[in-house]
Design a protein around this ligand. Structure first.
Ligand SMILES: Nc1nc2c(ncn2[C@@H]2O[C@H](COP(=O)(O)OP(=O)(O)OP(=O)(O)O)[C@@H](O)[C@H]2O)c(=O)[nH]1
Ligand SMILES: [Mg+2]
Length: 454
């Protein structure tokens, strides 16, 4: 248990109905009592309050009321951190909230670091590292699917999967070691092959789920490009179901990039509508084109829009012949009008879609195509997503490599010692994943990503 008591404002800064100053640690109740005046006949000193009770009164400093509050008292060990926790629910806005925080700091609490409440929950053994991270993901989720994945992870699913894998590796290692120690007990190492292959497969699946999680968490960026007036902004608005960008029949309507995020199939997608690409005729257009190019560089995918109701122009042709670093989908817009564009020669292999951005015709098929392309035909779904950190993906990959090397060693008839060595290494790396030997450095990295007060 930690010696000191930490405090922080646990609600977002800004105007809200209420704000919470949260404290955790051995002095939490004492500090709260020193600044809290209970109201009414039933008021008790907080240090006498039972766990899970709510107390109405005022925070008072030097005889002056600072805010009218509700204080909740939660006693160790059944609390978020397993320490005494006090939450002061203020409603006086940010100034009062700050004043209350200052007061508790004055009375001996220390300002909490980012994620320190959750870190204590982990250090005091209430939650696993995996669950601690899930808390962070819940706070940060950008789509419903991301939130569901985070909530699922809170149950420790990844932790359990790793524990099972590690246990199995341990068993296999023990068998090999028995063979080393008692060469007479002749078990065949080859018998271990199916188990090893199965384990490697399990890790491969976790990695795939982690990749899906990365997309759900980080989202995708899609730039909508094309020459002026082909309907880029109209498509953006249709995708967002919102009149976000200005649409007019005048070529060159969009001068600056317009960005907006939408959830498609549970994946947060940032769409960037861009200024039409053409030879700039003035400074403003020049800047617009520069920004379009910058947007293209950031994108995971391009939607190259052509207007199929008019013949192909030189600008269209040039765009079609450009080489992009990211996949590009060809979109033939205005399919509600007669086709005049003629046949199109293009090396863009990521697919062609005919749509009417204006009426919405074909747009669903386009979004399906986008997700198919970016997610390898696998829409992320609940239960098949893992939200992993880079270091976790790294350790998973290393465990898999070590298992694959063990498999090779068995197949090529390497010595038992060598097989045992690879297995032992895999066992250790899997242990790191479980959080058994997580270094201080990794812990700091994880928890510093939290906001203060969580
Ligand atoms: N008939 C028809 N008209 C469309 C369609 N999509 C866009 N338009 C029209 O085409 C014109 C240009 O649309 P915008 O969305 O402003 O085109 P843009 O590519 O953003 O143009 P710039 O911002 O100038 O580069 C507008 O008059 C739209 O109403 C469509 O699917 N069918
Ligand atoms: Mg536009």
């Amino acid at each position: 248990m930690q010696e000191d008591t930490i405090a922080a404002i646990s609600t977002p800064l800004g105007e809200g109905g209420i704000g919470i100053v949260r404290m955790s640690g051995p002095q939490a109740l004492m500090i709260a009592e020193a600044i809290f005046h209970p109201s009414g006949r039933f008021g008790v000193p907080l240090s006498h309050a039972a766990s899970y009770t709510l107390h109405y009164g005022f925070i008072v400093a030097q005889g002056e009321k600072i805010d009218e509050v509700l204080v909740s008292v939660m006693r160790a060990p059944h609390t978020y951190t397993r320490e005494d926790v006090v939450e002061i629910n203020c409603h006086g806005g940010i100034v009062a909230l700050r004043a209350v925080l200052d007061l508790v700091l004055e009375k001996g609490a220390r300002l909490a670091e980012a994620g320190e409440f959750t870190k204590r929950a982990f250090l005091n053994g209430r939650i696993s590292l995996d669950q601690a991270k899930a808390v962070l993901e819940i706070v940060r989720a950008r789509t419903k699917l991301g939130l569901e994945a985070a909530v699922d992870q809170l149950s420790g699913r990844f932790f359990e999967a790793i524990a099972a894998i590690r246990e199995r590796i341990g068993e296999l290692l023990a068998e090999v070691e028995v063979e080393i120690d008692f060469p007479d007990v002749k078990a065949e190492t080859e018998d271990a092959l199916p188990a090893l292959i199965e384990l490697s497969g399990r890790i491969a699946m976790l990695l795939t789920q982690g990749e899906q999680g990365r997309i759900v968490r980080e989202g995708l960026t899609i730039a909508i490009i094309g020459r002026p007036n082909v309907g880029k902004s109209t498509l953006l608005n249709t995708l967002l179901v919102e009149e976000r960008a200005i649409v007019t029949p005048i070529p060159g309507t969009t001068r600056d990039t317009v960005e907006e995020e939408a959830a498609i199939g549970g994946v947060p997608v940032r769409f960037i509508d861009t200024a039409g690409l053409r030879e700039p005729t003035d400074l403003l257009e020049e800047e617009g084109v520069r920004r379009t190019r910058a947007a293209i560089e950031r994108a995971d995918l391009l939607l190259l829009i052509l207007d199929r109701s008019v013949p192909l122009t030189k600008e269209d042709q040039r765009l079609l012949e450009s080489e992009w670093e990211m996949p590009a989908i060809l979109v033939l817009n205005k399919c509600d009008l007669p086709r005049k564009i003629g046949s199109i020669e293009s090396d863009l292999c990521a697919g062609t879609y005919e749509i009417s951005a204006k009426s919405g015709k074909g747009v669903d098929r386009l979004t399906e195509g986008i997700l198919d392309l970016l997610l390898g035909g696998q829409l992320p779904r609940r239960g098949a997503i893992l939200l992993l950190d880079t270091w976790e993906r790294d350790l998973l990959r290393r465990t898999k490599t070590l298992l694959d090397r063990t498999i090779d060693a068995v197949r090529t008839g390497c010595s038992l010692d060598m097989i045992a060595e690879e297995l032992r290494a895999a066992y250790t790396v899997a242990g790191e994943l479980q959080g058994i030997d997580v270094s201080e450095d990794i812990l700091d990295r994880i928890f510093s990503r939290f906001c203060v007060g969580k």
